[in-house]
Design a binder for this molecule. Structure first.
Ligand code: SF4
Length: 90
């Protein structure tokens, strides 16, 4: 039990050093409620990516756990027989 407490304290210290080294940037408002956010000394960082703002620059972050990509499905039914006839005609 004491070893577990010791290990947790050691992990916390290494997390603090890792995230406050300047390599990691704080998360942006679009990251709010993502499960990958880790809070170190009351500053929120992403545990997966060093520059969260860059992940959102070209659309949605692909690591985000709080947003699912919208899948657009077509509701047009295609008759396979007619489709094959159309394909043969070409
Ligand atoms: S995984 Fe993406 S959305 Fe989540 S905190 Fe990191 S950068 Fe933000």
């Amino acid at each position: 039990m004491a070893k577990a407490t010791e290990k947790k304290a050691k992990d916390t210290a290494s997390d603090t050093a890792k995230y406050s080294s300047g390599i990691f940037s704080p998360v942006i408002d679009k990251c709010e409620s993502c499960e990958r956010i880790i809070e170190v000394e009351s500053i929120k960082y992403c545990s997966s990516y060093t520059l969260p703002a860059a992940k959102w620059r070209q659309g949605m972050c692909n690591f985000a756990t709080h947003i699912k990509p919208e899948v657009i499905t077509s509701k047009i039914k295609v008759n396979p027989l007619k489709a094959s006839k159309r394909a043969m005609g070409k």
